[in-house]
Design a protein around this ligand. Structure first.
Ligand code: PDD
Length: 284
């Protein structure tokens, strides 16, 4: 059985309890992070913690644990669960208080939960086959830059993708791709330029995105951060997505249009490998 962390204790998952009044449960009043574990080490931990701070501050949610505290907890859970490859999920909510739309008193303790997921993320069959994505209207709230736990719409979009025989959904707002349902979206144009939407409130500022943009520059590949249309994506020579769980994941079909030759592209494969090498080398 898995050991999980909850509010200062490490417990078997069956013994961990959260109040029915938790605001994460009642209002989706919580934020989260998902950190990649490779070789038992945490990838881009500092980046995830910086984004957590930003999410908390945008929601004016008090939180007293330091980055050092959180690093210790992440490492301890990875150790207790013997995770060599997989993910650590961290969730912080505004805590439990009688149901009221107004935020509770500033001294209400947060609910802090962490758990691990052991998964083979490097040897992912999707990385070899490539993903089929379908486009879905982006009906999420307008602060997609905050990593909140309100994931119902992305969940519905993934179900819609599944029912259409696809692997994932790419969100579209006013004809332009915003991002994937749980990843950032990219295309490669015929002149080899990598295009991904610029950072704004329309997308989550992916930690993998930041790393991959850096890797691309190291490889002297041109990156344009700007919105791209569904039409441009369908005409692209390559497409891919990035996230802590999918790493760099090729997209070979968008709706009914094969991308390039309908196989994972060379730029994508190269970026996946460079991203992996760089992540293994810098994990803590
Ligand atoms: N999802 N965009 C969205 C909407 C996401 O939910 C995610 C991450 C990303 C990629 O961010 P990062 O590179 O920091 O993982 C982009 C995580 C993995 C999840 O919800 O499981």
């Amino acid at each position: 059985m898995r050991q999980v962390y909850i509010n200062g204790s490490y417990l078997p998952e069956s013994e961990a309890r959260v109040s029915v009044f938790d605001r994460g449960f009642l209002f989706a009043d919580g934020v989260y992070e998902v950190t990649l574990v490779l070789d038992g080490k945490l990838v881009d931990f500092a980046g995830h913690m910086a984004r957590l701070r930003r999410s908390l501050s945008e929601l004016e949610m008090p939180f007293s644990l330091t980055e050092e505290d959180l690093l210790k907890i992440h490492r301890e859970l990875v150790r207790q669960n013997d995770v060599c490859e997989g993910l650590v999920y961290l969730q912080v909510t505004r805590g439990a208080a009688d149901r009221d739309f107004m935020f509770p008193a500033q001294d209400t303790p947060n609910t802090v939960v962490l758990f691990t997921q052991k998964k083979a993320l490097v040897d992912n069959p999707l990385a070899i086959r490539g993903q089929h994505v379908v486009t879905v209207e982006d009906l999420r709230w307008r602060r997609c830059d905050i990593k909140t736990v309100q994931l119902l719409y992305p969940s519905m979009a993934k179900m819609q993708a599944k029912s259409r025989g696809a692997d994932d959904a790419w969100f579209v707002r006013e004809g332009y791709v915003t991002e994937g349902s749980s990843n950032n979206a990219y295309i490669v144009t015929s002149d080899g330029t990598i295009v991904t939407r610029d950072l704004s409130i329309d997308i989550l500022h992916g930690i993998t995105r930041a790393a991959v943009v850096e890797c691309a520059s190291d490889l002297q590949l041109r990156v344009e951060e700007r919105p791209f249309t569904v039409h441009e994506a369908r005409c692209a020579v390559e497409a891919f997505s990035t996230s802590a769980s999918g790493l760099v994941n090729p997209v070979v079909r968008i709706d009914d249009a094969p991308i390039g030759a309908g196989l994972p592209g060379l730029v994508t494969q190269r970026l996946r490998q460079i991203y992996l090498d760089r992540s293994r080398a810098s994990a803590v």
